[in-house]
Design a protein around this ligand. Sequence first.
Ligand code: GLA
Length: 674
Amino acid sequence: MVLDGRLCYGGDYNPEQWPAEVWEQDVELMRRARVTLVTVGVFAWSRLEPAPGRYTFDWLDRVLDLLHAGGIRVALATPTASPPPWFSLAHPDALPVTADGVRLHHGSRDTYCAAAPAYRAAARRITGLLAERYADHPALALWHVHNEYGTTCHCHHAETGFRRWLRDRYRDLDTLNDAWTTSFWSQHHSDWAQVSTPRATQYLPNPSQVLDFRRYWSDQLLAAYVEQRDLLRAATPTVPVTTNYVLGDWVPVDHARWAAEVDLVAIDHYPSDAGPAVEEQIALGADLARGWARHGARHRVRAGDGDLPGTHGSWLLMETAPNPTYTRTPTVPGRMVRHSLAYVARGSRGAMFFQWRASRGGAELFHSALVPHAGPDSRIFREAVELGGLLDRLAEVDAGVVEAPVALAWDAASGWALQQRALPSDRIHHHTEVAVAHRALRRAGYACDPVLPGDPLAGYALLVLPALYLADDDTAAWVRDHVHGGGHVVVGYLSGVADEHARIRLGGYPGAYRDVLGVRVEEFHPLADGEEVPLTGGGTGRFWAETVRLAGAEPVDAYAAGVLAGQPAVTRHRYGDGVAWYVSTRADEDTYRRLLDEAARAAGASPTCPDAPPGVEAVRRRSPEASWLFLLNHTGAAQRVPTAGIDLITGAVVEDAVTLPAGGVAVVRERAGA
Ligand code: GLA
């Protein structure tokens, strides 16, 4: 357990920005808001080691003692995401170099190269000292390593590391040349010294090189994390260790594979009002975190894992904004509570925020906080108090695992490979396609677990592959065996097109799944911006279309106009004991939702709460003893949902239905048998 039976509630706390009198007020306010956990010290390196080898831990001692006296536990951070100015001046070779060859200077945060030996040594030193000093501190509940790993570099340390990583992966240059197709554009290497990081270059870079560079950085950053984690574990074998993931297409971190190395998956999540609805972004971010946690738990090798906090797919929302002002989106009173519970519904062990108290200066001075610039006499702080009270009442849900009948394939490398510039369309991204499928499933009422190629699929009625571009032979066999054995799968366009080196699988797309799907795609037809293709089923396709030849599959929907008129757009194929669907275009939302609903029902899945009205999100968590139905009313009107049990939010007995106020939430411990 992270907190002995309580949900995590609190946020980043930066006492180093405030005089000591404020610390006492902070603890008092935290108690008022029923805060249970705060993250301390994330960017405090220069206050802990103001000059090389001169340490000033006394203020941190005092802060931890005060928090402990107030009954508040601490996620103690290692401060390595922001080395002090003295470090950068002493070790200019540890400053990062961009793809353009520009060396960055101190002045922000994350200004280091994680492959530079001097940086790694300094990070180990300060981490070791923290571990030693606070190992026995009673406030310590969790170690928080670094902050949002994700920076890359092209300096000579990075380049040397890249070559070493490539030698481990490919062993010899011939194999590397082959994997990267260096016969194209005269890129053949005759010596390892010629192999470089993908620096700024004249025209299109080599996509396999770019893909491997991201994989290398994921591994390099993971090694930096593991080094710190091992020091912390050695000092405190029973205290869980985590690092907060940052999400985004730019991040060269394979979060799912990292999950085997953290004791608790923790994400920072900042949905914005730009793009898809905020609630959809929350649901997707939360589900991804849960999927990574499940994947990690299966691959973890540490003894005694059953006791670790993330073992059953639970995870932690480590940071979100109490108020979206920072992203320049409108403030909506009351939304913080509902949104926080939306994360808990999907498996978060609580809700943590960036940050506790708003800074009065510095780069993020207008970032929102639970204690805003206005102080505690404020709407935000009153909502923070309300949220603390609610989370206190919901602690029992922590025992429940989220129920999901659908598996949604996700793979970091496919995402990276689909970012290459030489694709026929720059509109198709793995992450976007995952989001589109997730939205359609959510609207149809199905919960889903993101899975990685190779993960066990027992218990899932349906598997969905949204633009899972790369497929090695094992991935192809994973899908084939699943369907042959009776599984149902929906494969989307641009899945299984390339191998693990981003080279095309020849003979017709999608090379990895042609036999299972009973189709052969002869040609791509990317659509122009704004262009739509009507489908015979009444819907439309956008962005992408294909010439699909049937090779055993039956057509389900077809293109109704244009060069593809009369040709299949969606197909279905019986393969072994299972069923494989193929979708060759971005169908409009209703069409895709109906299609996934039909495929899920045919596979034996049912929605979480078939009677929930539109706009009410329903998620169920279940333990061997009980089940909890979260009902989140995202609409502006009251909504009635049939269910029975006890609503933990109001304490009321629910006989046959609960009425949710506009924007309200119910968490019903369901009557046995639900
Ligand atoms: C990230 C960081 C925080 C802060 C917030 C701002 O999540 O971890 O330090 O910069 O973003 O949204």
